[in-house]
Design a protein around this ligand. Structure first.
Ligand code: FES
Length: 179
């Protein structure tokens, strides 16, 4: 009966295949650690961001002199979104409807229909805001008159200061996040 001989142990050198395998294994482990860290950092940031203090995403922006808005009229006005990037261009110019009820009493409406967001238009003759998409209609005070919109137009906060009308803009109103 012949005895089984244990193979002679090979010395681990760069030329040795098992050494190369170890080296590749180490590289693999290192790459996995880097990939894990790259995934973990944003995830941890996301989890902890919910504990961070939320900043109001709106700001006061002047819509111009009060004289630009005669009493008992509704006019379009535009403000520049305060949270823009240089490449936003004209998309950062946000239109809104300004109704001057009397004196310093205003209503500032978001231009977007509360159904699916199409821009509504004011018709002085009929005293209605009309939506071109599905026929939604709103009264002059922004309340819903007819059609599919589930509610009246969204209204912005405003103030009159230094002879100017200021709108609190910067966040687009939605049904889940009305302004
Ligand atoms: S988007 Fe205005 S009625 Fe549908």
């Amino acid at each position: 009966m012949s005895e089984l001989k244990e193979p002679a142990k090979q010395e681990v050198t760069p030329e040795n295949p098992s050494s190369r395998r170890d080296w590749l294994f180490s590289i693999g482990v290192a790459l996995n650690v880097i990939a894990g860290a790259a995934l973990a950092v944003p995830l941890i940031g996301f989890v902890f961001s919910s504990f961070a203090e939320k900043k109001d995403p709106r700001d006061w922006i002047s819509l111009g002199e009060l004289d630009h808005f005669p009493e008992k009229t509704t006019r379009i006005a535009t403000y520049r979104n305060p949270y823009t990037r240089p490449w936003d261009g004209q998309t950062a110019d946000i239109p809104c409807w300004v109704r001057r009820v009397s004196g310093k009493e205003f209503q500032i409406f978001a231009i977007n229909c509360t159904h699916l967001g199409c821009p509504v238009r004011w018709f002085q003759e009929s005293g209605l805001f009309l939506c071109p998409c599905h026929g939604g209609a709103y009264l002059e005070d922004g309340s819903r008159a007819a059609g599919p919109p589930p509610r009246g137009l969204f209204q912005y906060d405003y103030k009159v200061e230094k002879g100017q009308l200021w709108v609190k803009g910067g966040q687009m109103p939605t049904l889940s996040n009305p302004v």
